[in-house]
Design a protein around this ligand. Sequence first.
Ligand SMILES: Cc1cc2nc3c(=O)[nH]c(=O)nc-3n(C[C@H](O)[C@H](O)[C@H](O)COP(=O)(O)OP(=O)(O)OC[C@H]3O[C@@H](n4cnc5c(N)ncnc54)[C@H](O)[C@@H]3O)c2cc1C
Ligand code: SF4
Length: 347
Amino acid sequence: MDALPEFDLMRPRTLDELIAARTAHAGSQLLGGGTDLVVNIRRGIVAPPVLIDVNNIAELRTIKADALSLEIGAAVTLTELAAHPNVARHYPVVAQAADHIAGPTQRNMGTVGGNLCLDTRCIYYNQSEWWRTANQHCLKTTGDICHVAPKSRGVCFATFSGDLAPALLVLDAEIDIVGPAGRRVMPLADLYIGHARQDEPVTEANGDGKYFLSLRPGEFVAAVRAKNTPGLHSAYDKIRIRRSIEYPVTGVAVALRREADTLADLRVAFTGTNPRPVRLAGTAELCGGPLDARVFAGLDALVRDQIMAMKTTFTPGHYRRRVAGVLARRLVQRLFDGGDAHSGMLT
Ligand SMILES: Cc1cc2nc3c(=O)[nH]c(=O)nc-3n(C[C@H](O)[C@H](O)[C@H](O)COP(=O)(O)OP(=O)(O)OC[C@H]3O[C@@H](n4cnc5c(N)ncnc54)[C@H](O)[C@@H]3O)c2cc1C
Ligand code: SF4
């Protein structure tokens, strides 16, 4: 195992101190639980000279959850989120997603902000320094080409694999972003810009697996908020290779509303497939009738169009896309039937 390089650690106690620290240290990175960041530092993937620990700021450590709305501070741990009774009761998709991240030790340390801003992953990237050197690195670090798609013309397809984002996307969540220029609020969906279009240049608004967050320099996520929608049923499910301590092969969040025998609202979002978490566009057109073959065929078509899994993990891209579709179908059916849409493991 590689030794950690030198870095300074700052431990602000207020949001103002955190903003001041970020402004003063341009190359700094926020430290939540460090369950991903420290691994990447150890592997020489990133080398921030300053880490700013967010865990001592009370304002970032609170959960407010009731039948009307949900607000989660960025430094709340995944264990705290999964165990919160009102989150489990009113926003089950969020509690289930949190409960299925990694294993208990990572969940005890890992934070909501760290999970939402989790670095994208690839079998050519999440490797030791010597391994990457032996393979001449790749675009996401210091290399010249993408080993997954050598003709990608500068585009990286590393995969976003955080479990919380799809769960919050189906609730239309917003995030509070704080930075040197103040506070702004935006839809969580707009945080993720990893569209990775092979035929288009990477720009500020149209990123890829390397530039996948829309945060401006010095900005960070302070909180995430969502409103409850009466009658909306939601759940999260995930397929992973091992039963614990494992990123999703594919994760899917579904929220739907049923009125008598009619599918009145349908929202579906995925992780582990594209360089961003994908909330499927076009599901509204599937609503207004019974949950029948037409809906499932439409859902399959949307998955085929919008889920673009590449060979960035040990499971092939086409397999992940098929699994995504199957997982979504099962969850939709289970929620529509009013069953306990438990988060299960399928292998
Ligand atoms: C063995 C193992 C298995 C794992 N399995 C899963 C899994 O199944 N699902 C999953 O989702 N994750 C998984 N992870 C990754 C990780 O544990 C979780 O995603 C965790 O939630 C990351 O949170 P953290 O606070 O530890 O992030 P950190 O490692 O502290 O930070 C991650 C990134 O987010 C940035 N950051 C942190 N807080 C903020 C903020 N408030 N605003 C802006 N940027 C911020 C950091 O600078 C860094 O770039 C796994 C990790 C390991 C080691
Ligand atoms: S998708 Fe390509 S550029 Fe991106 S991390 Fe993997 S090999 Fe590197």
